[in-house]
Design a protein around this ligand. Structure first.
Ligand SMILES: [Zn+2]
Ligand SMILES: [Zn+2]
Ligand SMILES: [Zn+2]
Ligand SMILES: [Zn+2]
Ligand SMILES: [Zn+2]
Length: 194
């Protein structure tokens, strides 16, 4: 090497093949583009085939009349919890009165080993207490039914375990009030003492 500053000649420069040529880059970009457009098509299709959360959960949708892009399926509407307690006699009830494991909450007595009712409409599945809440169930219909090992419960598991929920009003799960009483009164006395 006679040229000034040509320290590239000392042998540690990259071999030519290691650098992608322009055509390889173009090919890579093209396939990336194809992948991306397939991805968007797939998500768009998935969106179209999704069930309407409002309709499934509440039996009605404000966007009905063909305006709602999601599926309104009467067969997948959530169970009427009032009916389960024997409190709904509304024959035109928007929710379903048909008992199916796909839409039934877990039997809390069964989970404590206390349900002996063979005709119990609630789901008799041994769900781990640490299992997450089934999102499909919360939407009103879980296609896995009795096979699902997630919690079919409207009660917030965080609230149930700790007596409080960090999401509070933003949490759309049920926060039963009774259980909190002893904890709250203790907290009150602690506050009063300080
Ligand atoms: Zn809808
Ligand atoms: Zn009802
Ligand atoms: Zn039961
Ligand atoms: Zn489920
Ligand atoms: Zn919560």
């Amino acid at each position: 090497c006679m040229r000034k500053g040509s320290n590239l000649c000392n042998g540690d420069h990259m071999p030519q093949e290691a650098w992608p040529t322009t055509s390889t880059i173009n090919r890579m970009l093209a396939s990336e583009k194809v992948r991306w457009s397939l991805h968007t098509v797939r998500t768009r299709l998935a969106k179209k085939q999704q069930y309407c959360q409002f309709f499934t959960r509440f039996g009605e949708c404000k966007k009905s009349g063909g305006k709602c892009p999601y599926i309104h399926d009467r067969a997948k509407v959530a169970i009427c919890t009032k009916f389960l307690k024997g409190l709904c006699s509304n024959t035109s009830c928007k929710l379903t009165h048909k008992v199916l494991p796909e839409r039934m909450p877990d039997c809390s007595y069964f989970l404590r080993g206390l349900c002996t009712n063979t005709a119990c409409p609630y789901r008799h599945v041994k769900v781990n207490s640490k299992a997450p809440v089934c999102e499909d169930f919360l939407k009103g219909y879980c296609a896995d039914g009795d096979e699902c090992h997630k919690k079919h419960s409207y009660v917030c598991p965080v609230f149930e375990a700790t007596g409080e929920c960090p999401q509070e009003s933003r949490c759309n799960l049920h926060h039963p009030k009774k259980k909190n009483k002893s904890k709250r009164s203790r907290a009150d006395t602690l506050q009063n003492n300080s």
